[in-house]
Design a protein around this ligand. Structure first.
Ligand SMILES: C[S@@+](CC[C@H](N)C(=O)[O-])C[C@H]1O[C@@H](n2cnc3c(N)ncnc32)[C@H](O)[C@@H]1O
Length: 189
């Protein structure tokens, strides 16, 4: 008998052992977080850093949302979240951040957000459609989601395919900003 439980190919995930390549002064010069995500975040917002890695964006997000806001840092690697926690403590921002460990094909959050960032992470997911559907459900009415994918790993056809899939589940592409460090789309519902 055929089973629905077909094994999915494992996507490559950036290992926590080399997370230093994601948070260093060179990246800060090339991809300043405030320039990339500043236009989408207001004080008091709830925001999700999906696939936060070592927290390159999370810490700045925590500053941007202020004392009344909240950042939900999501990753599948506990070591990444530990790094975020340590940095947040060092900067006195730990209270503003919730640390959430996800499964690779299921986020498991039930809180909606004003803004979701998925930076260099969608291509690492084994079931893109499923993750996009879940992310859509986490977006508040009027909320925005910024997705940036690395040109090195995601070609134009693959990126366009993702946008097509997203459109099919009700994510409207409202902008394609330049200068964010890769192939980029902003979605709204
Ligand atoms: C290339 S890193 C980018 C990290 C961060 N967004 C940045 O730009 O510095 C991708 C991150 O996404 C995480 N990731 C991969 N698949 C994921 C999934 N299905 N759910 C949550 N996080 C995931 C990885 O563990 C890794 O930390």
């Amino acid at each position: 008998m055929l089973s629905n439980n077909i094994a999915k190919p494992k996507a490559h995930v950036c290992p926590h052992q080399i997370s230093f390549i994601l948070d260093n002064w060179i990246r800060r010069l090339i991809q300043p977080p405030v320039k990339i995500i500043g236009p989408y975040i207001q004080e008091g917002n709830t925001v999700i850093d999906m696939g936060c890695g070592p927290g390159y964006f999370t810490i700045d997000m925590a500053r941007m949302v202020g004392a009344k806001g909240k950042v939900i840092a999501v990753d599948i690697q506990t070591k990444m979240l530990e790094r975020v926690r340590k940095k947040a403590q060092k900067h006195g921002l730990a209270e503003r951040i919730v640390y959430h460990i996800a499964d690779s094909d299921h986020i498991g959050l039930n809180q909606t957000a004003d803004f979701i960032l998925a930076y260099y992470m969608i291509h690492e997911t084994p079931d893109m459609m499923n993750i996009l559907q879940e992310l859509k459900n986490l977006l508040k009415d009027g909320g925005k989601m910024l997705v940036v994918e690395p040109k090195m790993h995601v070609g134009r056809p693959a990126f366009e395919k993702m946008i097509q899939i997203a459109a099919g589940i009700g994510l409207k592409a409202v902008a394609y900003p330049k200068g964010k460090g890769g192939r980029c789309v902003v979605w709204a519902i």
